[in-house]
Structure formats: structure tokens, C-alpha cells
Design a protein around this ligand. Structure first.
Ligand code: F6P
Length: 322
């Protein structure tokens, strides 16, 4: 390897900067010429390469977001867009590309590797729904942000004897919702993996009310069939079933904005270094992730063709602890 570029793609995740830093610094220490690509695959198509040295990535370890910017590129999903990206990589005489991102981004990385271009992916998404890594960069920080919000909402809920529906991110995956429900001591959790209808949630609320609880916290994943909005619509019509007065809080993008936790900084540093190690071994077309607490590679083909499963024993645990 002589010239290696790195990009961040899809939803930003706290710790992406730490991963960029690790890729650049471990690359330059091998004597490689390193580049960043601005704005993900969109920037790649448009040849937005910037040379990056070890000092250029100073001061970013503790910053959320991504210094390179990110995007969701529609054009890159097309064959024409991918050809343009390969052309841009060749015009910059790039030998390999490192892609930091989640499912969509790694599908893009796989597409480039199928065109014969050497790519290594780094597992990063707050959703934790990427096969090939038990934990992805950004999850821990997002989880802690959700948890802090739940703790705060519980306090005001108790003061007013209220119930709160708190919606957390995670697209089609209930990981963030379930873990924040366990860690936040929620009364219930509604996730896409387990269909829960509004009547069941109303029963949980009623039971909590009848037990004399001062609050009732329901954590809802945005991707659940009945998300916070749909549950609220139902409860507006059946208010008498709840006992509690109900409020809804949708956390949304606030979960993606924090400074990365120690766990995410360390994970990102390890995976970033793992990516350049893979390239140095001549291993490409793989995702670098954390498996059994170790930095491991998994073929991108396997990653994009497998769905990571949520451990439903944890859902049972949440129910038992309520
Ligand atoms: O994939 C990360 C994520 O934050 C999901 O949890 C969420 O569904 C989605 O991105 C939101 O995407 P956007 O930032 O494009 O609105």
C-alpha cells in the first residue's frame, strides 16, 4: 500500500473522528500517504480527496461527529455512481479505501470490492445492527445519552405522576431501546423484533398506576410497528385505560451528537488500527469489527448478507425486572 483514503458514510456516530485519527496515524507510521474523502460516497464520486497527515487529525479524538462530513448518496447506489467513484479513486492513484459506517455504507464498500477495488470497512453505527461486530462505534455513547434523558424524564414524571413514552433511534433494530430500558429501569420496552400492540402497553401502564407507582416509563424504538406517535394516537382515544397522564418525548438526533465515551474512543482506535493492519496484510473486502472482545475481520459479503440478531433473552430480562 502506498496511498490510502478514508471516508465516513451514513449517519454520523460518536467515535468516527477517533477512527479517522487511528487510520491516518497508523497509516502514516507505516510510511503510507493518507487521504480523507469529504462527504462520504457523494464526495468520492466528486473526487473530494484531502491529504491528511498525523498532525491534521490532532484534537479530534474527543469530538463527536466526523471531521470529514458524511452523506447518504443516492447516486452511489447506482452502477454509474460506482463507476464514477472508481474513476475518482484511480485518478487520485488510490491503492485502497477505508469505509467507516454502518449497513448502507458497508453495502457500498462491498459494491466497490466487487468492482475489484481494495476496500476495508470499519463497523460504525449507533444502531448496533451490523453483522461482523458485537459493538459498533457510537453505540455506547448514544446509549448513554438516551439513558441520561430517561433518568431525567423519570424525575419529572415522578413529580407529576405521569407516564412517558420515550422514543429512541435505531431504525429497524431495538438494541438502543432495549438496553436503555434495562439500564433506565423502564416499565416496558417496545421494539421492532417483538410485536407489542397498544392494548398490551395500556395494560402495563394501568398495572403500574394501580400499584401506586409515581411514574411509568415506556421506551419505544423508532422502528417498532407501534412507534411513539402511533401509541400516542391510540392512547389519546383510550385515555381512561391508562390511569396516568401521558407525555411523549422523541429523542431523535440528539443521540448522535455527543462527545464519544471512553468505550467508543478506545473501540474506534482499535478498529482504525485494525483496518490498516488488514491492509498491510493484504486483506481487503472485509469489515473490521469487535468479535468476542477482539478485533477481527469478516468478509464484507458475509456482513451484507446477514442480519445481526438482537438477543431476545435480554427482552425477557427487561420484562422480569419491571
Ligand atoms: O443509522 C443511524 C440512524 O441514526 C438511525 O438510527 C436513524 O433511523 C437514521 O440514522 C436517521 O437518519 P438521518 O440522519 O438520515 O435522518
Amino acid at each position: 500500500m502506498k496511498r490510502v483514503a478514508v471516508l465516513t458514510s451514513g449517519g454520523d456516530a460518536p467515535g468516527m473522528n477517533a477512527a479517522i485519527r487511528a487510520v491516518i496515524r497508523t497509516g502514516t507510521s507505516r510510511g503510507w500517504e493518507m487521504f480523507g474523502v469529504k462527504l462520504g460516497y457523494e464526495g468520492l464520486i466528486n473526487g473530494k480527496f484531502v491529504p491528511l497527515g498525523a498532525r491534521d487529525v490532532g484534537g479530534i479524538l474527543n469530538r463527536g461527529g466526523t471531521m470529514l462530513g458524511s452523506a447518504r448518496s443516492k447516486e452511489f447506489m447506482t452502477e454509474d455512481g460506482q463507476r464514477k467513484a472508481i474513476r475518482a479513486l484511480n485518478e487520485n492513484a488510490t491503492d485502497a479505501l477505508v469505509v467507516i459506517g454502518g449497513n448502507g455504507s458497508q453495502a457500498g464498500a462491498y459494491a466497490l470490492s466487487k468492482w475489484g477495488f481494495p476496500v476495508v470497512g470499519i463497523a460504525s453505527t449507533i444502531d448496533n445492527d451490523l453483522a461482523g461486530s458485537e459493538m459498533t462505534i457510537g453505540v455506547d455513547t448514544a446509549l448513554n445519552i438516551a439513558l441520561e434523558s430517561i433518568d431525567r424524564l423519570k424525575i419529572t414524571a415522578s413529580s407529576h405522576q405521569r407516564a412517558f413514552l420515550i422514543e429512541v433511534m435505531g431504525r429497524g433494530c431495538g438494541y438502543l431501546a432495549l438496553m436503555s430500558a434495562i439500564a433506565g429501569g423502564a416499565e416496558a420496552c417496545v421494539i421492532p423484533e417483538v410485536e407489542t400492540n397498544p392494548e398490551e402497553v395500556a395494560d402495563i401502564l394501568r398495572k403500574a398506576y394501580d400499584k401506586g407507582k409515581a411514574h411509568c416509563i415506556i421506551v419505544v424504538a423508532e422502528g417498532a410497528k407501534y412507534n411513539a406517535q402511533k401509541l400516542d394516537d391510540y392512547f389519546q382515544e383510550h385515555h381512561e385505560r391508562l390511569g396516568f397522564d401521558l407525555r411523549v418525548t422523541i429523542l431523535g438526533h440528539v443521540q448522535r451528537g455527543g462527545e464519544p465515551s471512553a468505550f467508543d474512543r478506545i473501540l474506534a482506535s482499535r478498529l482504525g488500527a485494525g483496518a490498516t493492519e488488514a491492509l498491510a496484510r493484504g486483506e481487503t473486502g472485509v469489515l473490521v469489527g469487535l468479535l468476542k472482545s477482539e478485533v477481527k475481520t469478516t468478509p464484507l459479503e458475509e456482513v451484507v448478507n446477514n442480519k445481526k440478531k438482537l438477543d431476545l433473552a435480554l427482552f425477557e430480562l427487561q420484562r422480569r425486572l419491571d
